[in-house]
Design a protein. Structure first.
Length: 280
């Protein structure tokens, strides 16, 4: 570790400040490839023997391999940590062993890929904020769904055979909330229709927030969630002063004032030298 590093040599920590910066950029760029590497083999099964499936399996494994190698190079003894050992096991067990004669991969490999995906996503600040946002919105949506489904059931079941049970009303609420709109159950009373309006508005809001949160998470909106927001550029000299009335800041201010006074003294002395009538 070079002398310029400000990070202690702890297992699993970046080797230097530069390595920490490189890893942050690498994580942002690898987020979508990691997701695809875990999910695509579920759609195009590599063990099927087709050319596309084999290519998907190999490329997906290479993405996991590159991710592990970068972490091993940038972190202090990464393999000695439990996350490093887990990533190494995933890389070894998800390798394209199925290309060997008589070898085949089971469902355990699929679980490993999904576990690796969950581990990578949960370790990022963007995923934590995404889950926090969706968690709060999900609670609100469930509350609106339960209340409005109950209101619609009590308003409709006496005259509308489609709302025969509360389960029917709940099914109608879920279909309405997701904006699918099968049309198999339709409210007919004014109260039931107002309940439907509330559920529909909630569903539109949830879907909009979900789309925006996912776009922010995958950096599709050009924002950055892994660090603090950029602040406006401070005025000249302000960056030299730390915030807060600490002893260090006061000492630095005194040093700046002393430097300015010395500069003014030099200027005044120069003017006295240039003025021949000074002092006569």
């Amino acid at each position: 570790m070079g002398p310029e590093s400000g990070i202690a040599a702890i297992a699993g920590q970046p080797r230097s400040d530069h390595d920490a910066s490189v890893l942050a950029t690498f994580d942002r760029r690898m987020r979508i490839p990691i997701v695809l590497a875990a999910l695509l083999p579920l759609i195009v099964v590599p063990e099927s023997g087709g050319l596309v499936g084999v290519l998907v399996g190999i490329i997906s494994w290479l993405i996991f391999l590159v991710d592990y190698i970068v972490y091993e190079q940038r972190l202090v003894t990464y393999t000695s940590t439990w996350l490093g050992r887990f990533d190494l096991v995933v890389v070894v067990l998800t390798a394209p062993w199925y290309l060997l004669p008589g070898a085949h991969a089971g469902s355990f490999v699929v679980i490993l890929r999904l576990a690796r995906l969950a581990r990578v996503l949960m370790a990022s600040n963007g995923a934590k904020r995404l889950l926090e946002r969706l968690g709060r919105v999900g609670l609100v949506a469930l509350g609106v769904l339960a209340v409005c489904s109950g209101i619609a059931y009590h308003a409709e079941h006496a005259s509308n055979p489609e709302f025969a049970t509360f389960g029917d009303s709940l099914w109608w609420g879920i279909v309405t909330l997701t904006t699918v709109g099968y049309g198999d159950i339709v409210p007919k009373t004014p109260v039931g229709r107002w309940a439907a309006v509330c559920i529909m508005l909630t569903g539109v809001a949830v879907i909009g927030l979900l789309a925006g949160s996912l776009a922010s998470f995958f950096r599709l909106d050009g924002s950055s969630d892994d660090g603090p927001p950029a602040e406006s550029e401070p005025p000249a000299g302000a960056a030299l002063l730390p915030h807060g009335p600490s002893t260090e800041s006061l000492a630095l201010e005194m040093a700046l004032l002393r430097t300015q006074m010395e500069h003014l003294t030099v200027l005044l002395a120069g003017r006295r030298t240039e003025d021949p009538t000074h002092g006569s």
